[in-house]
Design a protein around this ligand. Structure first.
Ligand SMILES: *Cc1c(COP(=O)(O)O)cnc(C)c1O
Length: 445
């Protein structure tokens, strides 16, 4: 995409991590709290297109995009240009003190681009967790109700409320309680693990969730239902067809605010601009972050005007929310998605990857499930012929990929999912080479 990108090649010149990265890792151990950990401690010097270059001169193929953030690449020229120009003009005024146009422009774009043609308003914040926090605040205010419904395997962040909304104990919650009140967890339509089988998973899971909400909470007490249209950290669980539309209809009938957490799925990642579009679901509120601004810290809450307009002046905000540099980056990302047709590009990535992952699963019965959409794909590893998770093999395959110069991430409630999130601008030859490396990692076992 650009001459500034590092050479678009896989190059392994030392052990990974190499000596320079290992020395930095030692320094880090004395300075950085160990609670913040890294998937692969190679210290980055350059990145762009489809590669990450480390301090030892290794060039790794990137199948992670910094967790679905750098959809437009790490060194996108449009992002760099707008950011540089903004940094030269001003870096901060605080939108709550003295506003600027780019914040308004980002909100206009989100209102236009998120699902549904109803009137919308947006606010800008700093992180996915902060977006979810605000979505719940708004839903509670607007409905006058307390309860929040979330789902098994869901991930929504690390703040007190969003950690509570999150399903998995280790590492996100262990020791960090007590948790926030009035959060209720329902079963997820997880096709691979649904006791009644894939075919009936969507309607059965929806019926079960609705039955539990009705019996255990009472629909009239529920402020918001918060769900990821494809679950991220929980294992790239693509809910069975019919599940999301049934929940959305239930929310509509009962005055419950349907909040789509599109933090990981948003901005063309799944082949649609937003993953909800796949089944035509129109959320009342959409929370976005990760892919919004090419890695600059920005997040948003976009919702129905009649909900958003309820909140009193000063009830929402934050010092850095909608920072002008981050807003310029977001405007560049949105231009790039449109001009480079990145949603189509995500579909093309899926069209290349899915057949190869399915063929790999044919050869290796440890791959129990292949799933996802667009450039958000995963394989789930189990003991062959069962659904018993194999986290050890998952870690070993990831280790082999890393050693060979392919950065892959794992996820899942059971730690047994390899997930693939290449930048949408990754050159095709690197995408294919990354798949070669993955295949070799399985063959080596
Ligand atoms: C990453 C993530 C969050 C939290 O975002 P942060 O920016 O890390 O606070 C929330 N929801 C989903 C689905 C995510 O993937």
């Amino acid at each position: 995409m650009s001459s500034q990108n590092p050479p678009q090649e896989r190059r392994v010149v030392t052990e990974i991590p190499g000596p320079r990265s290992r020395a930095l890792q030692e320094r880090r151990a004395a300075a950085v709290a160990p609670g913040v950990s890294s998937v692969l401690p190679v210290y980055v010097t350059d990145a762009g297109g489809g590669v990450i270059v480390d301090a030892d001169g290794n060039s790794l193929i990137d199948f992670g995009s910094g967790i679905a953030v750098t959809n437009v690449g790490n060194a996108n020229p449009r992002v760099a240009e707008r950011v540089k120009a903004q940094v030269d003009r001003f870096t901060h005024t605080c939108f709550m003190v003295a506003p600027y146009e780019s914040y308004v422009e980002v909100c206009e774009a989100l209102n236009r681009l998120t699902p549904g043609d109803h009137e919308k308003r947006s606010i800008l914040v700093n992180s996915g967790a902060e977006a979810l926090e605000n979505a719940v605040k708004i839903a509670r205010y607007a409905t006058g109700r307390d309860a929040v419904v979330v789902f098994d395997h869901g991930y929504h962040g690390r703040t007190l409320l969003t950690m509570t909304l999150t399903s998995k104990n280790m590492p996100y919650k262990q020791g960090f309680g007590p948790y926030a009140p009035e959060v209720y967890r329902m079963p997820m339509a997880y096709p691979f693990r649904w006791p009644g089988g894939r075919e009936d998973c969507g309607p059965q899971a929806a019926a079960q969730a609705i039955d539990q909400i009705t019996k255990q909470i009472g629909a009239a007490n529920v402020a918001a239902l918060v769900i990821e249209p494809i679950q991220g950290e929980g294992g790239f669980i693509d809910p069975a067809p019919g599940f999301l539309p049934a929940l959305a209809a239930f929310c509509r009938d009962n005055g419950i605010v349907f909040v789509a957490d599109e933090v990981q799925t948003g901005f063309a990642r799944t082949g649609d601009l937003f993953a909800c579009e796949h089944e035509g679901v129109v959320p009342d509120i959409v929370a976005t972050a990760k892919g919004i601004a090419g890695g600059l810290p920005l997040a948003a809450v976009t919702g129905r005007a009649e909900l958003m307009d309820r909140i009193h002046a000063g009830g929402l905000g934050g010092t850095y929310g909608g920072n002008p540099v981050a807003c310029q980056a977001a405007l560049a990302v949105l231009e790039e998605i449109e001009n480079e047709k990145l949603a189509d590009r995500a579909r093309a990535i899926g069209d290349i990857m899915l057949p190869r992952l399915r063929a790999l699963a044919e050869r290796h019965p440890a791959i129990g499930d292949v799933r996802g959409r667009g450039a958000m794909l995963a394989i789930e590893l189990v003991e062959p012929g069962t659904t018993v998770p194999d986290a050890a093999l998952t870690a070993e395959i990831a280790r082999r990929c890393h050693a060979a110069g392919l950065l892959v991430l794992t996820c899942g409630t059971y730690g047994n999912v390899l997930r693939f999130l290449p930048p949408l601008v990754i050159p095709e030859h690197l995408l294919k080479e990354g798949l070669d490396v993955l295949e070799e990692a399985f063959a080596a076992g």
